[in-house]
Design a protein around this ligand. Structure first.
Ligand code: XMP
Length: 517
C-alpha cells in the first residue's frame, strides 16, 4: 500500500463557515477514514477531480435566503456521489433542488429529542428519542421532489431528510458535536453504509509511510529543524531522524524566556535519549537586551520573532549547507477556509518561523501537514516518544515574555519561572495536567500592599490562568478545586520571593484571550 492508496477512500468536507467544520473532519478521521476540508467555493471540476467517496456539506452562519449566500453547483447532486448536508448544508440541498426554506423568527438552539419517523440507513443503531444538538434559524417547509422526512423534533417538523435513490441526506442538527449522543453512529452510517468507505486511515501506518516519503524526498541532502520542545516540532524531529538519521540537525534556541529547566529537559530527551544531532544556541542575552524597556505586547512579539529568525539564520549558516527546513505545520494551519482564521489569528501576531524558508532558500519539509493535533499525539506515541513530551500543554513561541506584563527583566523572569514551576507541579500532583488545555502563571505590572510578620509589604501579584479548549480558538476558565487554589496561593506567596498576592483569572475566550498579551 502507498500513501496514495491511503487517500483513495477520502471524504470531502465542503466548508460553509460553521464553527464546527473541524469537528466533522476530526470525527470522520476518528472513524479511520481520511478526509479533507475545502472551501464551499470549490468548482464542480475541483470537486470531481478530488474523487471523493462521499461529500459532507457543513453548516454555516448564513441563511440560504440571504442575497450572496454561499451556494453549490446543482450538477453536484447528479454526480452519483453520496452527499450529507448538515444544517446549512441540508437547507442548501433543499433550496437548490426546488424545496422551500422559510425564515424563522426564533433560532432553535440547544438540545432536542430526535424522533425517528421512517427507517433510514443513516439511523441504523440510533436510539429513538436520543438527544441531538440544534443550532439554526431557517426551517424547511416543503421538500424537494424525491425526498422524504425521516425524523423530527418538537420544534423542527423536518429534522432529517433523504433521497435514498440518489444517496442525498440532510440533517438539521449537528452530528459532529458531543451533545448529539448518537452523532458518531450517524456519521459512521454515512461513511460505511452509504459511502461504503473503508477504514484505512491509521496513524501507525502513516508514520511508516511518512518516514519512507521523507527518505525519498530528502535523498542525500541535509535537513535543518527548529526544535522548540513542544509536541509538534518534537514529533517532526523524531520522524525525520528515523528517516535520515544524522543528516538531520536540530537547532534549539534558548531565548531566555523558557520555563524553568526547559533547556535541560530538551537536551536530555533529544541528545541523550534519541541521539539526535542537537545544537543549542544560548541567545538569552540577545533577546533580553532587545526587549529592554519594551512594554507594548505587539512590539514584544515582533522583536522576539525577528531576533529568533536572525539567531536561527546565523546558526544555520555557520553549520553548513542545508536543503530542507523541517517544520511542524499542522492541518488546521493549511485549511484555506475563513472559519478557521479565528480571532486570535488577527488579534495577535503569532510567533513562528514563517519567513525563514524563503529568506534562506530552504525547501519546506512538513510531514504533519495533514494531521490534527490529536493525530500528532497518536503518531508521537507510535514513535515511542515519552508521555512527558506528547502530553505537554501548548506553550507560546514568545514564551514567558508575553506572561510578564510590562518590561521583561531577568529578575521578573526568574520570579515568573518559580511561580510557573509551582503551578505545573501542583496541577500535575492533582492529576489535572493532562485534563487541562493550559495552566500557567502571569506576572502583573502592579504592586499591592500586604503584611508579612509584623511588616508592611509592597510586592508583586501573580495571576493564575487555567483554561480548557479544544483548539485554542475559544476557551473556558477551569473550575479548579478551592483546595488546589489554596495550595497554589500558599506555595507561591511563601516560596517565591517578591510576591504577596495571588489572583485567579476567571475570564473565558472570547472576550478574553488565553495569554494576557
Ligand atoms: P491566545 O492568547 O491568542 O492564545 O488566546 C491561543 C493559543 O495560542 C498560544 N499562543 C501562541 N502560540 N506563538 C505560538 O506558538 C505565539 O505567538 C502565541 N501566542 C499565543 C496560546 O498559548 C494559546 O494556546
Amino acid at each position: 500500500m502507498t500513501t496514495d492508496t491511503l487517500h483513495e477512500q477520502k471524504i470531502l468536507i465542503l466548508d460553509y463557515g460553521s464553527q464546527y467544520t473541524q469537528n466533522i473532519a476530526r470525527k470522520v478521521r476518528e472513524c479511520q477514514v481520511f478526509c479533507e476540508i475545502h472551501p464551499c467555493t470549490w468548482s464542480l471540476k475541483q470537486i470531481l477531480d478530488f474523487k471523493p467517496k462521499g461529500i459532507i456539506l457543513s453548516g454555516g452562519p448564513a441563511s440560504v435566503l440571504a442575497p450572496g449566500a454561499p451556494v453549490c453547483d446543482p450538477q453536484l447532486f447528479k454526480a452519483g456521489i453520496p452527499i450529507l448536508g448538515i444544517c446549512y448544508g441540508m437547507q442548501l440541498i433543499t433550496h437548490t433542488l426546488g424545496g422551500t426554506v422559510n425564515p424563522s423568527a426564533n433560532r432553535e438552539f440547544g438540545r432536542a429529542e430526535l424522533k425517528i419517523r421512517e427507517y433510514s440507513h443513516l439511523f441504523t443503531g440510533v436510539n429513538n428519542n436520543s438527544q441531538v444538538w440544534m443550532s439554526h434559524g431557517d426551517k424547511i417547509s416543503r421538500l424537494p421532489q424525491g425526498f422524504n422526512t425521516t425524523a423530527f423534533t418538537t420544534n423542527s417538523p423536518v429534522a432529517a431528510i433523504e433521497n435514498p435513490v440518489n444517496k442525498i441526506y440532510g440533517l438539521q442538527f449537528h452530528p459532529e458535536v458531543v451533545h448529539t449522543i448518537d452523532g458518531e453512529k450517524i456519521l459512521q452510517n454515512f461513511l460505511f453504509e452509504i459511502c461504503a468507505a473503508k477504514q484505512n486511515w491509521q496513524i501507525g501506518s502513516l508514520a511508516k509511510f511518512s518516514i519512507e516519503n521523507i527518505k525519498k524526498t530528502v535523498g542525500k541532502s541535509k535537513v535543518l529543524c527548529g526544535l522548540s520542545g513542544g509536541v509538534d516540532s518534537s514529533v517532526v524531529a523524531i520522524l525525520v531522524h528515523k528517516a535520515i538519521g544524522d543528516k538531520l540537525t536540530c537547532i534549539f534556541v534558548d531565548n531566555g524566556l523558557l520555563r524553568s529547566g526547559e533547556r535541560d529537559k530538551v537536551e536530555k530527551t533529544f541528545r541523550d535519549n534519541f541521539h539526535i544531532n542537537l545544537i543549542v544556541v544560548d541567545a538569552a542575552d540577545e533577546f533580553l537586551s532587545r526587549l529592554k524597556d519594551v512594554t507594548d505586547p505587539e512590539k514584544k512579539r515582533k522583536i522576539i520573532g525577528n531576533v529568533f529568525i536572525e539567531v536561527f539564520e546565523k546558526e544555520a549558516k555557520r553549520l553548513g549547507n542545508f536543503k530542507f527546513l523541517a517544520q511542524g505545520t499542522l492541518y488546521p494551519d493549511v485549511i484555506e477556509s475563513v472559519s478557521f482564521k479565528g480571532p486570535s489569528a488577527v488579534i495577535k501576531s503569532h510567533h513562528n518561523v514563517g519567513g525563514l524558508p524563503e529568506k534562506m532558500a530552504l525547501k519546506l519539509l512538513e510531514p504533519l501537514r495533514e494531521l490534527f493535533k490529536d493525530e500528532v499525539r497518536i503518531m508521537g506515541r507510535e514513535l515511542g516518544m515519552p508521555e512527558e513530551i506528547i502530553g505537554r500543554q501548548p506553550f507560546p513561541g514568545p514564551g514567558l515574555a508575553i506572561r510578564i506584563l510590562g518590561a521583561v527583566t531577568k529578575d521578573r523572569l526568574t520570579l515568573l519561572q518559580a511561580a510557573d514551576k509551582i503551578i505545573i507541579e501542583e496541577i500535575k500532583r492533582a492529576g489535572l495536567y493532562n485534563k487541562i488545555w493550559q495552566s500557567f502563571a502571569v506576572l502583573l505590572p502592579i504592586k499591592t500592599v500586604g503584611v508579612m510578620g509584623d511588616s508592611r509589604t509592597y510586592e508583586n501579584v501573580i495571576a493564575i490562568r487555567a483554561v480548557n479548549s479544544s483548539d485554542g480558538m475559544t476557551a473556558d476558565w477551569v473550575q479548579l478545586p478551592y483546595d488546589l487554589l489554596g495550595v497554589l496561593s500558599n506555595r507561591i506567596i511563601n516560596e517565591v520571593q517578591g510576591v504577596n498576592r495571588v489572583v485567579y483569572d476567571i475570564s473565558s475566550k472570547p472576550p478574553g484571550t488565553i495569554e494576557w498579551e
